[in-house]
Each structure stands twice: as structure tokens, then as C-alpha cells.
Design a protein around this ligand. Sequence first.
Ligand SMILES: *Cc1c(COP(=O)(O)O)cnc(C)c1O
Length: 360
Amino acid sequence: MIRPVPHVAAITAYALSQLQAPEGKRLVSLSQNESLRPPSPAAIRAAAGALEAGHLYPDPDWSDLRAALARVHGIAAGDILCGSGSMELIACLARAYADPENAVLAPAHAYPFFRTAALLARARYDMAPEVKGQVSVDALLAAVRPDTRLVFVANPGNPTGTRIARADLLRLRDGLPGDVLLVIDEAYGEFADGLDEPMFDLVARGDTVVLRTLSKAYGLAGARVGWGLFSPAVAREIRKVMSPNNIPAASQAAAAAAVADQAYMRETCALTAEMRDSFAGRLRQSGFDVPESHTNFVLIRLGDPDRAQGAEAALRAEGIILRPQGGVGLGDCLRATAGQAGAMDATAEILEHWARKETT
Ligand SMILES: *Cc1c(COP(=O)(O)O)cnc(C)c1O
């Protein structure tokens, strides 16, 4: 019989959303935090142009994309690594720094792929409690064990949408032992850039990595492009475990053009924030518990898992898909991506109708 290695057999496959609408209903997915609009027209043109050289392997050094990122963020192009989505970089970090002899630590309600990456590296996955969906630096520091080697935090968080202030992240870094690599995943960083608390400067210490992605604010989830700022020593190790030629030429071209078009990305963020806040405001008025979010989604706290399942089913029956959060210990919550106005109105209406029916 053909058998996989035991730690792979023991892992459940990473769960994406179930994207099916009932017969006769149009599918509206608010479940994957995709952008509410397509990428910059300049990105689409650049990708189409790149396909003309499709017989060639892509640039293994992502030169144009790194140059564009370096220019926009005021960082050194040589310290940037690009991944097939930031998921590839997360997996590579775990592959390079976690093993069966050590442990990976993250907040209790963290992005679930941190766990998958840790388990594939056969490391122990430890969790630190959060306080009302807010990462607690004290709890994280208290959860550090002698064998902790890697700490993942997403800032802003997914699915909580909450933020860790720069001063708290500095306190976390200062409190962690020098042999613990801290990874700050800023997949939603562009939505919080207005707060002007960039973390890239921490990377120069040599013990911290900052990740970002083109999948959210830049609307390029389908292109699979993530990136991070790494110290030279960490970058050298990550390069060894990365897939060479990891980002298709068309995706690199699209990403470089999208980064160059900051105005379009900023407009996307503004439109998203407006949609997110009006949706959240309406739901709060109708009695729902919707914490403040610094991302392109909101978390809806239904109080208990039965109510969350009831609300999810009511929406699904109309073709609207939200993301249940039982997988990260928030079974009483649903996560809704900020989408087009029509979708948000329909979602709010169905939830309000469901809540009224529930009380009668
Ligand atoms: C969406 C998301 C990612 C993954 O992004 P890709 O670049 O598409 O792989 C990483 N981290 C967090 C917290 C996310 O929400």
C-alpha cells in the first residue's frame, strides 16, 4: 500500500470557502477577502503584454516588482523576497525555521495558515489567548517556551480585523528571546497605512520579517503575488526552500504596474473603508455586535455557534457566502468581506430579517 508520511496523513487539508449557490441563485462570495474591484487597468495591460514573452521563464529575481516596491516603501530592493502569494513565504519561513524539535507560536484567533505551515514543518503549534479578539502582547510573551523559534502575528489581524499598535509590537519584539524569529504578516497593511505606523524598520535587527501581499488592497488575489522584507541572513535561508521561478511573468508584470499605480490602490482602500463602515454601522444599528475593523472585512459576533450557523445558512440560501470562523476558535462569528454596495445591502437585509424571525 502507498502511504504518506504520518504528519501529512494527520493534517486536514487547508479549508477554503464552499463556493456554491443554491439552484437558481447568483453566487455572491464575501468569504475570501478579495478586493471589491478588479486590479488597476495598468496592471491588466502589463500582464497582457508580458504574455507575449510567455515562452520564457519568469525573472527569478522579480526585478521590476522589487524596484517598484522599493521606490514606494523607501526600502532596499535587495532585501525584498517575492512569493507565490504571501502563503508561500509563510510556508517557507516555517520550513526553514521550525522542526519537530521546536515550536511555532501565534495568537489564539490567528490566520489559520500559520498552523498549517507549522504542522507541515512537524513543529508544535502553540497559541496564546487573545482578549476580546485583540492580540495580547503579555499573553504571547507568557506563552514563549524554551523551544519557541518562530512567532507569527498578523497585523491587522484576520479574522479579527483588530490592530496591534507599533509600541506594542516593539514591546513584543523586545520581550522575545534573540533566537525567536518574529513574522509580522501585514496582508491588510495598506488598509492601515493611514495610521502611519510602518514596521519595516524592525527588519534591520535581523530577527524580524514583515510580509505583505498584492492579494487584498491591490486586487490581485488571482495573480498570486506576496512579498516580504527580510534581513540578508534570513533571506538566504528562505531562498533555499522557495520554489525557483515561483511567480509567473504575467503576475510579476501586473504586480509591478499595480504597485506603481498607488493612486488606484489608495482609491480602492477608500472605497473599501466606506463600504465596510457603512455596512458595519447599519448592522450595529440593527443590534449586531460588529467590532471596529482596520481591514477589508468585518467580523460579526453572533454570540453563540448556533446563531452563527443559523445566520450563515440564511445567507447561503440566498447565494451569499460569508466565512464561518469555527476553525480559529470563533465559532460564534462570521466574517464578511466588504464588497459592492448591492451585495452589502442584500447581506444586511437578510441578516436583519433573520434576526427578526428569530425573536418572534
Ligand atoms: C489573505 C491573507 C494572506 C494570504 O495572502 P496571499 O498573498 O494571497 O497568499 C496572508 N495572511 C493573511 C493574514 C491573510 O489574510
